[in-house]
Design a protein around this ligand. Structure first.
Ligand code: GMT
Length: 378
């Protein structure tokens, strides 16, 4: 199949999932066309089967906001015609589903029918999309898609609760390539991060309010009072300065490494003993799954789709949002006994197996096939 993928090219989970999906589909023989405003961060290899088309938005002084949706829908029309793209898979409803619908309508004028599959990722529904300023357009775009998927049952439920949805929503969970998380790194690489006797605690996010990075810091503060430990904070975002100041205030700044946007997440996770994800809301928690795939147990909040990924008492523990005391208790329980830590590490990896890329990507292929077949009949 010739598949066009529209996504955000940034470090965010939706862009990562879209990129990994495209790469896996290309390995399975499909021709993939990424259409976005920058080359996606995890798209390192452009092969015969993988193409990248940049959306340019020319600046004009009249525009207070540059019309990205317009440029994207025009680019989609051009790329569908030029490359014979058969189906468009858009990740994150805003504004991708809306732009794809406009492209589809323009193409119909030229007797070309290209169906749209929309994947909902989380904040496009829970935080941003349900805002009254966006809700009518998001509802419309979801209802006009030829197929809709959500990355967890929780996100599907949220979508049905927050919008007036007439379309069926299929749950296709996020996935992980376990082989990529099974790379051996040498112990000397660990020594760059921490001393032998120090436990490594990790948090990866875009450091936004929704991630509750303060709770990460508080839990780590409590851990390091009980045992030698280092905290790896991976990612960049608006909370960073405030969090750095908080670390200084607590006297733990020298125990916290701010690693910024990193392409070496697998290396950091390989040496980690515990992953913290205390988010206020999380449709899935891809970062937690990546940690588990590297054999890292997860201490998380019990919110949104996280309980579908992190299994209580098996791959880690879940606490109420903001319950730092409970998260600390659970973290110390795992970390304080080497045998127990080993068991949780093994269980984390085993739990990640059910999200194996080879099981999930065929579900998308089936959706593409069914959607194309349905559209042929119409
Ligand atoms: O977490 C973010 O703020 C980024 C956001 C995104 O769109 O990249 O992540 C969402 O999509 C990910 C991939 O499906 C999910 O794993 C995250 O849980 C989800 N984030 C939220 O729901 C807050």
């Amino acid at each position: 199949m010739k598949i066009g993928i529209v996504c955000y090219p940034t470090f965010g989970g939706s862009g990562v999932v879209a990129t990994e999906l495209g790469l896996e589909l290309s390995k399975r023989g499909h021709e993939i066309h990424f259409i976005t405003y920058n080359q996606p961060v995890r798209l390192e290899l452009v092969s015969n089967n993988v193409h990248y088309h940049e959306v340019n938005v020319p600046e004009y002084p009249l525009f207070h906001y540059q019309p990205y949706e317009l440029a994207l829908s025009s680019k989609l029309v051009d790329m569908v015609k030029l490359h014979g793209i058969e189906i468009l898979h858009v990740h994150y409803a805003i504004p991708h589903a809306y732009a794809a619908y406009m492209a589809k309508k323009m193409l119909i004028e030229e007797n070309i029918y290209v169906p749209i599959v929309t994947t909902l990722h989380g904040t496009d529904i829970t935080l941003v999309g349900s805002h009254p300023f966006y809700r009518p357009a998001v509802t419309f775009s979801i209802n006009k898609s030829d197929a809709v998927t959500a990355v967890s049952q929780s996100l599907k439920d949220d979508t049905l609760r927050l919008f007036d949805i007439k379309n069926e929503i299929n749950v296709v969970t996020n996935f992980i390539d376990l082989d990529k998380h099974n790379v051996l790194f040498s112990d000397c690489q660990r020594s760059l991060m921490a001393k032998d006797d120090e436990k490594i605690i990790t948090h990866i996010s875009n450091l936004r309010q929704v991630k509750r990075v303060d709770d990460v810091i508080e839990v780590f503060y409590n851990i390091q009072k009980e045992m030698p430990a280092k905290l790896m904070l991976v990612g960049e975002g608006p909370e960073r300065e405030r969090i750095e100041a908080r670390c200084v205030e607590l006297g733990i700044y020298n125990k916290v490494a701010f690693l910024g946007k990193s392409n070496e997440i697998d290396k950091v996770l390989w040496f980690s003993d515990l992953f913290l994800l205390p988010s206020k809301t999380e449709s899935f928690g891809l970062a937690a799954l990546e940690a588990m795939a590297s054999g890292v147990p997860v201490i998380s909040s019990n919110t949104g789709g996280i309980p579908e990924v992190n299994i209580q008492g098996v791959s880690g523990f879940l606490s109420d949002v903001g319950d730092v005391a409970d998260m600390t208790k659970n973290a110390l329980y795992i970390l304080s006994d080497e045998e127990r830590l080993k068991t949780f590490k093994e269980n984390a990896r085993k739990t990640a197996l059910k999200f194996d890329v080879h099981m999930i990507v065929p579900q998308y292929e089936k959706i593409y096939e069914d959607t194309l077949a349905k559209c042929l009949v119409l």
